[in-house]
Design a protein around this ligand. Structure first.
Ligand code: TMP
Length: 210
């Protein structure tokens, strides 16, 4: 059995990625492929419990190092319990966020050093890197307009924080091409989804994928 494909979806809060993940999952399932949808942090019982701690707006006292390690803890459980077994049986795993969120938010946003981020990500991901990562890029003001009315702890950080996160994503796309690709998310849902399809088809056209 060939190993599956692992695709992650990234971007600042309000970039609209979740809609496209579901749509892509439906398109791949219509081809008869097994698709496993996950969200990071979350999905498993333990990772959802950690997610609740991370996103609770009441936790204003959380140290940035605690935040970093909780994201990694949630991810390690998700990889061990769901992602690795799914890839081993040949499924497509579509993940709403993964380790690049830590680089962008805790590295770019919270200014934790690259050395700690790299080490923490290596442990929290159990050494797993996505085969393809799509970064949905949108300007910060437009993303703020698209976000839901009840912001979580991270969404409350404000526009300057979001700008640092966006810059970190764009830097990642430049340094980790072709794994990390930018999707312009400023158009209509239809236009953005067409870009997602193109990126997936380009990935599948590479030898040994698809
Ligand atoms: P979301 O699942 O609704 O996107 O919410 C997750 C939030 O957590 C979002 O604001 C991004 C943030 N986050 C980090 O700060 N670091 C991480 O490693 C991950 C996975 C998410």
């Amino acid at each position: 059995m060939a190993r599956g494909s692992f695709v992650s979806f990234e971007g600042i809060d309000g970039c609209g990625k979740s809609t496209h993940i579901r749509r892509l999952a439906e398109a791949l399932e219509a081809e008869g492929l097994e698709v496993v949808l996950v969200r990071d942090p979350g999905t498993t019982r333990l990772s959802e419990a950690i997610r609740a701690l991370l996103l609770d707006p009441a936790n204003t006292d959380m140290a940035k190092e605690c935040e970093l390690l909780l994201y990694e803890a949630a991810r390690a459980q998700l990889v061990a319990e769901i992602i690795e077994p799914a890839l081993a049986r040949g499924a497509w795993v579509l993940s709403d966020r993964f380790l690049d969120s830590t680089t962008a938010y805790q590295g770019g946003g919270r200014a934790i050093s690259d050395r700690f981020i790299t080490e923490a990500n290596a442990l929290g991901s159990l050494g797993l890197t996505p085969d393809l990562t799509l970064v949905f890029d949108l300007d910060v003001e437009e993303a703020a307009r698209r976000r839901c009315a009840d912001p979580d702890r991270i969404e409350r950080e404000g526009d300057d924080f979001a700008r640092s996160v966006r810059e970190a994503y764009l830097a990642l796309a430049a340094s980790e091409a072709p794994r990390v690709r930018v999707i312009d998310a400023s158009g209509t849902k239809g236009q953005t989804f067409a870009l997602v399809r193109d990126a997936i088809e380009a990935y599948r056209a590479e030898p040994s994928h698809g």
